[in-house]
Design a protein around this ligand. Structure first.
Ligand SMILES: Nc1nc2c(ncn2[C@@H]2O[C@H](COP(=O)(O)OP(=O)(O)OP(=O)(O)O)[C@@H](O)[C@H]2O)c(=O)[nH]1
Ligand SMILES: [Mg+2]
Length: 240
């Protein structure tokens, strides 16, 4: 569905992205898209003032929305609240992406363009035309190991299982039921994918070029990574 009237909500969870968020919002809003495009930032009261910057942008442009959460409760919980808020805004399609430019707005039109043919479009580094080239060898090695583990565990041939740059139809997100997700951290990306696979949702991959963040700092630590992998064991509760 790519009609003039469809409402597109781009949902971005943020924590300390003051150096990125204004230019990111500007780039998204400037995309040549048909449809009613909105940006929703879900900020966990970032101490660097990310929320204030988004608030200013929202005051100047009704297409920009800010959801402030009182304290930092994690990427996963923010995503869940963000999806619910996007549905409440009346979104027909929902794009989720990071707020650090690793997910480049220029790929949003291709994700949206795929939506007539599937329930979920994943921005993928590992299909023809995709790339994950400018990250360090160690980061790429971690992604490779996680990917191997998850593809086996989820019994899926999807290539970019850990991509958090994705587009969902309203219907599939409602069926997914954001309230039923248990991940508070980054494992949310994997939990949603697993649920989608179990739901037999139609999932397509669209090539994206992932770039390393240029500004601001990563929130991913070795501990978070370990927690993320351990969480996937809990997803067994979803098994039929
Ligand atoms: N609301 C909210 N957003 C978060 C939280 N932790 C991370 N984020 C956001 O989630 C997105 C991904 O976080 P990153 O720190 O970039 O983690 P990453 O992309 O896995 O790691 P890098 O590749 O090093 O950037 C970014 O937009 C962050 O600002 C959180 O606790 N709450
Ligand atoms: Mg990042």
């Amino acid at each position: 569905m790519t009609g003039q009237n469809q409402k597109i909500v781009v949902m971005i969870p943020t924590f300390n992205e003051a150096e990125n968020i204004q230019s990111l919002i500007r780039e998204i809003i400037a995309l040549p898209l048909s449809g009613d495009l909105h940006v929703l930032v879900v900020d966990d009261s970032s101490p660097d003032g990310t929320g204030d910057l988004v608030q200013k942008a929202a005051a100047a442009d009704p297409r920009v929305h800010l959801l402030v959460r009182k304290k930092r409760r994690g990427r996963g919980a923010a995503g869940i609240d963000g999806f619910k808020a996007a549905l409440a805004l009346g979104a027909d399609v929902i794009v989720e992406m990071d707020g650090d430019f690793s997910h480049q707005p220029r790929f949003i039109p291709a994700l949206l363009g795929e939506m007539g043919r599937c329930d979920v479009a994943i921005g993928s580094r590992f299909v023809r035309g995709g790339a994950d080239s400018d990250r360090s060898l160690i980061r790429r090695a971690i992604t490779w190991l996680v990917r191997r583990f998850i593809r086996r565990r989820f019994r899926t041939s999807i290539r970019d299982v850990s991509s958090g740059f994705r587009c969902f139809s309203r219907g599939v997100l409602e069926r997914l039921d954001p309230d039923d997700l248990i991940s508070s951290g980054p494992s949310i990306v994997l939990e949603i994918l697993y649920k989608l696979i179990l739901m037999d949702a139609s999932i397509h991959e669209v090539p994206i070029v992932f770039i390393d963040r240029k500004r601001g700092r990563t929130k991913l630590s070795g501990l978070t990574l370990l927690e993320t992998l351990l969480m996937t064991l809990k997803f067994r509760r979803l098994d039929p």
